[in-house]
Ligand binder design. Sequence first.
Ligand SMILES: [Zn+2]
Length: 151
Amino acid sequence: MSDTQRVLPPTAPPSYTESQFSPAPSVPTHQLAQAQTPSEAPPPYTPPTNPPYAEASSGYQRFEPVVVNQVEVLSIVRLGPDPCQVKCPSCQQQGLTNISYRAGVLTFLTAVLCFLFCIVCTFLPFCVSDLQDVAHYCPYCGYHIGTYTRM
Ligand SMILES: [Zn+2]
């Protein structure tokens, strides 16, 4: 038997305890990232201070709503047979109206009655101002304000 064929004593494998306490494998980088905690938390949220509002609210006084009537009340003047003191809706001037007489319903009715009794008196109502309507005009611009009718 030659030396080459001599069986070398087998090297003993590492014991169980040695294999268990082998150096730990390197920790993956992502685990390191998870382990790291932020050095410091962001500053807590502080609401903006608004002292002027508080002061204003303390001095605020509640008033009852006042309804202001913006609609201009048109002066409704009852026109009569005589000149009236009115405010012209056209030129906004105020003064006595100029009047003119017009034949109205009463004028024609009295004319018919006069025709039945006396033909000569037929046109008499057209000459009597008390039997005619009265038209009112503005003394400044001549605007026809209204007409007073007998009937
Ligand atoms: Zn006028």
